[in-house]
Design a protein around this ligand. Structure first.
Ligand code: FNR
Length: 183
């Protein structure tokens, strides 16, 4: 049976390099993986008053997460941390108490940056959050794409072969990690 993986980008912009990583992941998916990408556009700022009356888009997000065997996140680093857009979506889906959609899910992270450190700091902040929401991150390979502007063309395609190969490896690693956890 194919593994269902839900891809989420931590950037809303059309020309996002991180969205480009997810598009490359769609193209490089191994046979046994069915990847679907969810766009965070339209998820409002988190408000605890709505925990028992969540917006439709959040409900949809939560049910997609629950239906997935594993999660793939591609995120930029904003000011040395996780972009608010992504953290906000993580917070919504972790609620209400007793209905944390992320619970027990395997997850893999990628990050792309125009800079040299390639989002490494955001990745480690994200891993800290995974502890509380009880997600199980893949450790290797670590995919941090520096100088992303040189590796994505005008159509938003990742042209760098080494990056594409790494993405494929990450998906293979996520798939075998997920099957291991399911045993
Ligand atoms: C950035 N950028 C950035 N890059 C980085 O490597 N470390 C950082 O801390 C930050 N901080 C930061 C803050 C804010 C508010 C913005 C808008 C940008 C640059 C970032 O790498 C670049 O904008 C990427 O193109 C963002 O990813 P997407 O949108 O292309 O996926």
């Amino acid at each position: 049976k194919k593994l269902k993986v839900l891809g989420v980008a931590g950037s809303l912009r059309k020309g996002s390099y991180n969205k480009a990583l997810l598009r490359a992941a769609l193209e490089e998916s191994p046979e046994d993986v069915e990847l679907e990408v969810f766009d965070l556009e339209g998820i409002p700022p988190y408000n605890q008053d709505l925990d028992n009356d969540m917006p439709a888009k959040v409900k949809e997000f939560k049910s997609k997460i629950k239906a997935a065997d594993a999660i793939l996140i591609a995120t930029p680093e904003y000011n040395y941390s996780v972009p608010g857009v992504l953290k906000n979506a993580i917070d919504w889906a972790s609620r209400p108490p007793g209905d944390n959609s992320w619970d027990d899910k395997p997850v893999a992270i990628m990050s792309a940056s125009i800079g040299m450190l390639a989002g490494a700091r955001a990745q480690y902040h994200l891993r800290q959050t995974f502890v509380y929401i009880n997600m199980h991150p893949v450790n290797r390979p670590e995919i941090m794409v520096p100088f992303a502007a040189d590796k994505v063309d005008a159509n938003g395609r990742v042209t760098d072969e080494k990056t594409r190969r790494k993405i494929k490896e990450l998906l293979e690693s996520l798939a075998s990690w997920t099957r291991r956890l399911k045993r």
